[in-house]
Structure formats: structure tokens, C-alpha cells
Design a protein around this ligand. Structure first.
Ligand SMILES: [Zn+2]
Ligand SMILES: [Zn+2]
Length: 187
């Protein structure tokens, strides 16, 4: 009896890898190059891969004694918005994946924690959790349209790029000036 009941995988699902034509002999190799549509919610709150966008898989599947080692890259577009100025960001992302998927009932399957290594489900490998982890790790939690984005003026909400260098909302009313001097004395 398996220790955990895996959800049934659909072999036609784009991120499910079928290993039926990979011999279970250590060293046997197969490569997978395909373009698949991105699943929903691949990414973070402010930035991610749009659902249905083209993801290019360039993977190597290698039989090892305990299972199948999947390694390679996944490339796709990312869209989001700048955490400082909310301008749209369009970029592309390449992530490296490398994970061992253990055969059912192998020593690794029986001894390793579930979050340490993946599990084969029969001849199938579900790449989606691995891909999600890799994408989330690669994306910035606070994306910027450019590294030195100055953001928006808190006074009027206009991007600093579009404002003159001496732009300010400082009060010029003399009564306010007096008040600020008072505050400074109290400090
Ligand atoms: Zn920005
Ligand atoms: Zn302003």
C-alpha cells in the first residue's frame, strides 16, 4: 500500500511527463523539448507567467537506480506591475529545474520525505509542483520596472520621471513655515 494516495495524473496534461519509452536502466536518457500552455496562477501576486502563455520545456530525463532525474530549463514570458510605480512589466524568465522522481516502492520512496524528492506515479511524472517552486523562487517579490525606478510622488501620484526636478508640495504659506520651526524646536 502506498503511504499517500496520489492524485491521479492525466497523461495528456501538458506538464505531465510520460516515461513509458524511457528504459528503467540507470543511464538511459531521453530529452523532451516541447512548448506547452502555462497553467493558471504560475507566479506571485505582482508578477507571473500569464495563463496559457507559451512555456518552452527543454528537459532531460535520466533513469537512475531509484527513479528518474529530471533536469533542464523552462522558459516563458512574465507579466506584472512595478511595485513602486505600477507600470506594466513585460519580461521573460528562464528557470532551471532539477528533481529526482522516485519509483514507487523504491528505497528512496520509502525513506525520503515527500517534500525532499518527487514521486513517480506509475510511469508518469507531474512536473507542475517542481515548476511552480522554481518560478516562485526566481521571481522578485517586489518587482520593479527598472532597478532605479523612483516611484510616484506621494503628493500627487505622478511618476517622478514626468515631474520637473524641483517638483514639490511644500507649503509656502508663512504660517506653516512658522509651525514647522516650532516643531523643530521641540525635537
Ligand atoms: Zn516603476
Ligand atoms: Zn507631486
Amino acid at each position: 500500500m502506498p503511504k499517500h494516495m496520489p492524485t491521479r495524473l492525466d497523461p495528456r496534461s501538458p506538464l505531465v511527463l510520460d516515461t513509458r519509452d524511457l528504459p528503467r536502466r540507470p543511464g538511459a536518457l531521453r530529452t523532451i523539448k516541447r512548448v506547452v500552455p502555462a497553467p493558471a496562477d504560475l507566479g506571485l501576486e505582482l508578477i507571473g507567467v500569464p495563463e496559457g502563455a507559451d512555456l518552452s520545456l527543454d528537459l532531460r530525463l535520466e533513469s537512475v537506480s531509484e527513479g528518474v532525474l529530471v533536469s533542464g530549463t523552462v522558459t516563458g514570458p512574465v507579466e506584472g506591475e512595478c511595485g513602486r510605480c505600477l507600470r506594466p512589466i513585460r519580461d521573460s524568465l528562464t528557470v532551471t529545474v532539477q528533481e529526482l522522481f522516485a519509483y514507487a516502492n523504491s528505497t528512496t520512496d520509502e525513506t525520503a520525505d515527500e517534500d525532499e524528492v518527487g514521486r513517480m506515479q506509475g510511469d508518469l511524472i507531474d512536473l507542475e509542483p517542481t515548476l511552480r517552486d522554481a518560478v516562485v523562487l526566481a521571481l522578485p517579490a517586489n518587482p520593479l520596472c527598472r532597478a532605479d525606478c523612483p516611484g510616484l510622488c506621494p503628493g500627487c501620484g505622478v511618476h517622478w520621471d514626468e515631474l520637473p526636478a524641483d517638483h514639490s508640495h511644500q507649503q509656502t504659506d508663512p504660517r506653516w513655515a512658522g509651525l514647522s520651526q516650532l516643531t523643530r524646536k521641540e525635537e
